[in-house]
Design a protein around this ligand. Structure first.
Ligand SMILES: N[C@@H](CCC(=O)N[C@@H](CS)C(=O)NCC(=O)O)C(=O)O
Length: 229
């Protein structure tokens, strides 16, 4: 299998982050194809590399001529199907069902949080973006994380949602990044989970790359964070 993952800027592209982190975390070999937002190649390459004209897209074979899988959740499912020996989803059936529900809820929901607190890994914007709707999203996320940690995660000594790192952790990793940037008040167990996610191998590698980026993408900067090239 020859995999290429088409992504955008690591500082901003939360949907790209999810499958990239999962592939890295499970040590699956792939080539990264980075298309920077607002770059000259963005329009040209996107029309060739992405059936939906969005990222991420996972190509099996050469980008543009192999087989494409688009949409982050479909990419996660494809990875799980192609590497059945890897615990991308929790092995326990009930845990796996909960993990799938969480991933679907993240993919379809939390729009106020995603809009008011866009991912911006290198920025520190404490207090910005908070609205009653965002607070409701955050309360739901904290309750969700706590519930699965208590029911499944704490059965092992691993710090992730279902014990070992799974698709559910990859799906929520951009939320952990948002919490680091906007610093809402969080419960102690949420903070501990966020710390664990930040130090997971795949997540730490993504953060390091994001911190080294210098592009300023105005569309993703509603608060006009100061670093500009
Ligand atoms: N539902 C898609 C969302 C993908 C998405 O919104 N990607 C953004 C980057 S994070 C994008 O490609 N934006 C470009 C555009 O909208 O033109 C998924 O889950 O993969």
């Amino acid at each position: 299998m020859s995999l290429s993952l088409v992504i955008a800027n690591k500082n901003y592209s939360s949907w790209s982050m999810r499958p990239w982190v999962l592939l890295k975390q499970f040590d699956i070999e792939f080539e990264e194809v980075m298309l920077k937002f607002n770059s000259r190649e963005w329009d040209d390459f996107l029309s060739r590399y992405s059936p939906s004209r969005m990222v991420p897209v996972l190509w099996n074979g050469r980008p543009g001529s192999g087989k494409a899988t688009w949409e982050s959740t479909a990419i996660i499912e494809a990875i799980a199907e192609w590497y059945p020996h890897l615990p991308i989803w929790p092995r326990d059936a009930h845990a796996r069902n909960c993990a799938r529900c969480m991933v679907a809820e993240m993919h379809a929901g939390f729009r106020p949080l995603r809009t008011a607190m866009p991912m911006n890994i290198r920025a520190r914007l404490p207090g910005l973006g908070m609205t009653p709707e965002v607070a409701t999203n955050i309360a739901r996320i904290e309750a969700l994380w706590r519930d699965v940690r208590e029911n499944f995660g704490t059965r092992t000594s691993s710090p992730f949602l279902f014990g070992d790192f799974s698709a559910a952790d990859a799906m929520f990793a951009p939320v952990v990044m948002r919490f680091a940037t906007y610093q809402p008040k969080l419960a102690q167990d949420t903070v501990a989970y966020c710390e664990a996610v930040k130090t997971a191998l795949g997540v730490a590698a993504w953060i390091a790359d994001a911190m080294a980026e210098i592009e300023f993408v105005a569309d993703d900067e509603p608060y006009n964070f100061a670093i500009k090239p």
